[in-house]
Ligand binder design. Sequence first.
Ligand code: ADP
Ligand code: ASP
Ligand code: MG
Length: 407
Amino acid sequence: MLIVRKYGGTSVGSRARIEAVARQVVELHGAGHAVAVVVSAMGDTTDRLLDLARELDAEPDARELDALLATGEMVSAALLALALRRLGQAARSWNALQLPIETSGRPGRARIERIDVTGLREDLALGVVPVVAGFQGRAANGDLTTIGRGGSDTTAVALAAALGAGECQILTDVDGVYTTDPRMEPRARRLERISFEEMLELAGQGSRVLHLRSVECAARHGVRLRVLSSFAPGPGTLICAEEDTMEAPLVSGIAFNRDEAAITVADVPDRPGTAHALLAPLAAAGIELDMIVVNAPRGGRVDLTFTVHRDDYQAALGLARTAAAGCGPARVEGDAGVAKLAVVGSGMRSHAGVAATLFATLAAQGINIRLVSTSEIKISVLVGEADLERAVRALHAAFALGESAPA
Ligand code: ADP
Ligand code: ASP
Ligand code: MG
């Protein structure tokens, strides 16, 4: 079987780790599998490179930033190829310009459009292990691009789709997808399987174990996707189509995200076009909105609240203030001390009561809910950041996620 294996930052965080990874790859290859590897930058390299750039320039040029950040993955790819060769395993490193991995869209948030796998197929046919630098691409003008933090997962899945691989394995520092981040709740339980849809919601709501677009790409192309530990053997978690999972539990997992900030524009006129006038400048600046709520009008005026990524908070606040100035005596208030959590489960489709349990649990904890948004299989709420951990742990217990699922 052809397997695409991706190793994340912690998994390749030191020379010793790279050597351990090389041994694992040799073992997999020795077991008769063809293997293509995708690597992330070593440890916290990407953060360090970002800091270096920002020390030089608080708002670094996007093209140069991508050129800088892409180097991290190239270092890991070349080092892993060297480590494999030391073990007598033929290997060759590849970066996005060499393959190429063609991307479209803005620097820092580019999207993979196409991967030319000609060179990789040649390697695989000769028993050579190709080691591909994740997270990067080549723009139409030849520039290096990056595809968003955590994006190496997406490189791996896109590669698995392009090569028609039998499985895409994401090796990381946890041994699978858990009911919630085990760093937050030690009682979290590993899931044997989870559906693409549920994983999409968990990733979309902030569970960083898989990059959102990697799950989208796997679902679209039918790539068999598995999360495994690079530190200990085990079955991991298989992400698969819903019909292949067991009977849908009411709630499968809880995701959370501390990177949110809320902005309220209060007392704007209650008439068609207001939301457009307030939000269009944010869209034009490339700022993505997450939750949006318009509350009930009173006296011909309404409040509009939305959340943005914390990195975009100051810019969004400035744009909202300018736009609100055109709407009469509106007030703009911001709060960067918020966090979002979401309970996710396919069983919500057919069972009522999840919202009631969620509200009752948070009420019993004395936790104030600032915003609510729902989809068919998810309920998310915005709470104060200081309440987040207590909220997640209380909900994890309320939905009995720590106990083993009924047979
Ligand atoms: P990598 O560098 O290998 O890509 P990440 O740090 O991006 O690793 O993702 C792994 C981390 O995701 C874990 O260490 C864990 O803290 C976090 N995480 C968040 N939610 C979950 C979850 N539901 N299940 C497992 N891990 C989770
Ligand atoms: N190195 C990149 C990051 O830290 C990409 C990745 O790890 O997937 O975001
Ligand atoms: Mg990751």
